[in-house]
Structure formats: structure tokens, C-alpha cells
Design a protein around this ligand. Structure first.
Ligand code: DUC
Ligand code: ZN
Ligand code: ZN
Length: 440
């Protein structure tokens, strides 16, 4: 049991206001937020002068320890959550992918993921459960896993990765109807897996084998088309929709269009998409280019990252994640000679809080309150854990970051906490550093 903790002299920032206040924490919960709390001798004290006191980040999109294509992502639930906490994130929502296509029940997959995560995590976490096939037993299993005992309230659908994770439109539509019945959220990876597969075949036949083939097989229009289709199917099923990793202007435009029709759609850009563009896929160094291979790919339009931030500012997009899915250089090298074999994934969970501050607040596009909204509060609301998470207030969990907006740090694999031998943000200078992270 930790002693009570007083955070003095800081500026508390919530999504709807910022003010000078001290914060008192007891037993993992915030018990007082007021001016001039006098610390007692048995209390731990943090002086937050010139610092912001913000809700711990919630990263709604990670793949820790994920088995895929015979490999497992390098950040397990220990290293991944260590990296998260080091960067000011105190909760992740990870994707549990049961082998449902081969008959594994959703509950068995859920138990597998809990078995990996529970002994290792050093912050709170939740699970979104992927449905990779519609089977006679799927509806019943969805109902069971969304019961209060298990706490799942969202499902994930992949419109890519044919033959492994991808669901057909009819399957997704059926499952979305079920989501609507259960009042669960449908989260969708929007790409056209069938067309991508044909494009990959064509490119390889033409001798395009390097990482540039990855982006060429996935034109931006394909993400926009799939995003539109997901929005249409969700509206037909009367189901709220959450589009994961919005990477392109076209995908963002599809979301805006459907929101304007009255559909409930949330859009999640990721740290990588807010800071980087697809020019990396054409780097002369094969390994450099391969490190950025993820799906959907980084946008080929260099003006996309800033526009995505502006759409977050305008409320057209809603929250930020990372798609943290780390494969190291050895694993990336499995795709030498055939870009389709490069494991898809990038880092982000450690650097999101700094990258979003740099590209959003430091650049002058958003204010600190909007920053809190897009890094924690909106995620907490969408996943029904607000204001326990995502707010500095009496009764909220003591997931708190002491954030120094004046500090500068340069991102590097030499200093990061990931279990990864590179960092896609290498060399980027960020104003804004999570100096102390309190998890409960
Ligand atoms: N995209 C990736 O790049 N990796 C993991 C899964 C995904 O959708
Ligand atoms: Zn995805
Ligand atoms: Zn993902």
C-alpha cells in the first residue's frame, strides 16, 4: 500500500477546463482536487510547479505479444506496458484475436490473452475481441463475452489479411447486427483485402519486390473505399462504428460524410500517421523502408499528417491510438525479396503522448484541453470508463501524468523502453515530456 500522495502547485488539465489546483491521492483514487492542500508528514509530495497535471493517456489500439504469421510481436505485455507508462500512458486497449476461423471460441481466445497479460501488465488494460469469421455459434459467444463478468464492450473486424483475419462483408454485417443488439461497439480495420491481394500478385509478377510494393499494393483510394463501405454496413446494421487507424484524407472524408448523414462514427488516427508520411517506403536502405511497413500504409501525401491533426482539432476525428505492433529487424528481414512477407507493424505506445503534443499543441493546432480529449477522455467515454479514467477529479482513478510542456526530448531507440531495435520516430524532437507517470 503506497502512502497518500499530494501533487502540489500544478495546473490540472481536463478536456473541459484547466486550473491551478493541488491533487490528493489515497489508495489509488483521487480524493481531493482543491487549492492549497497541506501535506501531512506521512504523505508523499510531488512539486508540479510549471507542470501540467493531466489524466494518464489511454491508448485504445495496441497489439502486445500478438502471434501472427509465425512470429510474435516483440513488445509483450510487460515491455509494452513499461513503454506505455514511461511515455505517460496508463491504460491500453489491446486486440485479442481468437482463432475463430479454426473453431476457437471467443472465450478461449479471451482466456489466452488474459493469461498472457494479467501476470505482466504494469498498468490497466482492456481487450477488444476480433471476430474473424461468422459461425453458427458466434452470436451466442458474443453475448457471453459482453456479459459484465468479462467486460468486453467492443469487437474488431479486419477488412484485410485475407485467409487469416479478414471477414467478408456479409459476415461483418451479421456481426454488426449482433453488436447493435448487445450495445457493443464495432471497430473496423478498413481496407479492401481481396483487391490488395490481386495487386500484390501483379506487383510481384512485375518484379516489384521491395517495401515500395507494400504502399503500391494499397492505394489510398482502397482505404477510402473500405472506410465508406464499413460506414454503410454499420448504418444498415444500426450499429455505432469506430474506424481504427485513419491514415488518409479519403478515409477521413468518408467518416465526415457519414457523420453528416447522422451516423455515429468515430475516427482514430495514430501517432505514426500524425508524424510521418509514406516517403520512407522509397528509402534506398531496404531495412529502413521495411521498418515503416504497416497497414494501411503511411500516406503518400506529405500534407496528410497535419490535416489529420486539424481534423482532430475540428472534431471530425476523435481520438488517437498507436497500433503498437512491434517487429524487430530480424522479423522485418523475413520479407527480403518479397514485400508481402514483411511483418506489418510499427511502434508508438511510448511516444504517442509526446508526438501528439508536438504535432498538436506545440504546433499551435490544438490547446491542452483538446489534447486531453484526444489522448484519454474521449477514449474513456467511448469505452464506457469515464470519468473513472480520462479525468482528474474526485473519485477518478489516480492515473496521472506530470507533464512538462517546456521540456524537450529527442526520440531514440537508444533510450526507449520498447523491446525493439529501432524506433520509427528516431531523431524527432518533441517539446512536452511526461516526467512522472502515476498508475493507480
Ligand atoms: N496493421 C498493422 O500494421 N499491424 C497489425 C495489424 C494491422 O492492422
Ligand atoms: Zn489494423
Ligand atoms: Zn491494429
Amino acid at each position: 500500500m503506497s502512502p497518500p500522495l499530494v501533487i502540489k502547485n500544478g495546473t490540472v488539465v481536463n478536456e473541459d477546463g484547466m486550473f491551478k489546483a493541488d491533487v490528493l491521492v489515497k489508495n489509488g483514487v483521487i480524493v481531493e482536487v482543491s487549492a492549497n492542500i497541506i501535506p501531512l508528514p506521512d504523505m508523499e509530495l510531488i512539486d508540479a510547479s510549471d507542470r501540467l497535471v493531466i489524466p494518464g493517456g489511454i491508448d485504445p489500439h495496441t497489439h502486445m505479444q500478438m502471434p501472427y504469421m509465425g512470429e510474435v510481436t516483440k513488445d509483450d505485455f510487460l515491455k509494452g506496458t513499461e513503454a506505455a507508462v514511461a511515455g505517460g500512458t496508463t491504460m491500453i486497449i489491446d486486440f485479442c484475436c481468437p482463432d475463430h476461423r479454426n473453431g476457437e471460441s471467443l472465450m478461449s481466445g479471451y482466456n489466452r490473452w488474459r493469461g498472457w497479460a494479467d501476470p505482466k501488465v504494469c498498468c490497466d488494460y482492456g481487450l477488444s475481441v476480433a471476430i474473424t469469421q461468422w459461425r453458427p455459434e458466434t452470436a451466442e459467444q458474443m453475448a457471453l463475452i459482453t456479459s459484465p463478468e468479462y467486460g468486453v464492450n467492443s469487437f474488431k473486424f479486419y477488412m484485410a489479411y485475407e485467409g487469416t483475419l479478414m471477414v467478408r462483408d456479409d459476415e461483418m454485417y451479421r456481426a454488426m447486427q449482433e453488436c447493435a443488439k448487445l450495445r457493443a461497439l464495432a471497430r473496423v480495420h478498413c481496407e479492401n483485402g481481396a483487391v490488395i491481394k490481386e495487386k500484390e500478385i501483379d506487383l510481384l509478377a512485375k518484379g516489384v519486390t521491395g517495401p515500395e510494393g507494400h504502399t503500391q499494393s494499397r492505394p489510398e483510394e482502397i482505404e477510402a473505399e473500405a472506410t465508406n463501405r464499413a460506414c454503410v454496413l454499420a448504418a444498415q446494421a444500426n450499429c455505432p462504428l469506430y474506424v481504427v487507424h485513419v491514415m488518409t484524407k479519403g478515409a477521413a472524408a468518408a467518416i465526415s460524410h457519414h457523420r453528416a448523414q447522422g451516423s455515429i462514427v468515430f475516427g482514430e488516427p495514430i501517432a505514426a500517421g500524425l508524424a510521418l508520411d509514406g516517403s520512407h517506403y522509397y528509402d534506398d536502405d531496404w531495412l529502413h523502408a521495411a521498418r515503416y511497413v504497416m497497414s494501411p500504409p503511411l500516406s503518400r501525401d506529405p500534407t496528410t499528417p497535419e490535416l489529420l491533426m486539424k481534423l482532430l482539432a475540428a472534431g471530425e476525428l476523435h481520438l488517437t491510438g498507436t497500433d503498437n505492433c512491434t517487429y524487430d529487424c530480424r522479423q522485418k528481414s523475413l520479407g527480403k525479396g518479397n514485400f508481402t512477407k514483411i511483418p506489418n507493424g510499427i511502434n508508438g505506445v511510448e511516444d504517442r503522448m509526446s508526438v501528439v503534443w508536438e504535432k498538436g499543441v506545440h504546433s499551435g493546432i490544438i490547446d491542452p484541453m483538446r489534447y486531453v480529449s484526444i489522448t484519454s477522455a474521449t477514449a474513456a467515454k467511448i469505452f464506457n470508463i469515464y470519468p473513472k479514467k480520462g479525468r482528474i477529479a474526485v473519485g477518478s482513478d489516480a492515473d496521472i501524468v506530470i507533464f512538462n510542456p517546456n521540456a524537450i526530448r529527442t526520440i531514440s531507440a537508444d533510450t526507449h523502453h520498447h523491446n525493439l531495435d529501432f524506433n520509427i520516430f528516431e531523431g524527432i524532437q518533441c517539446h512536452g515530456v511526461a516526467e512522472i507517470t502515476i498508475s493507480s
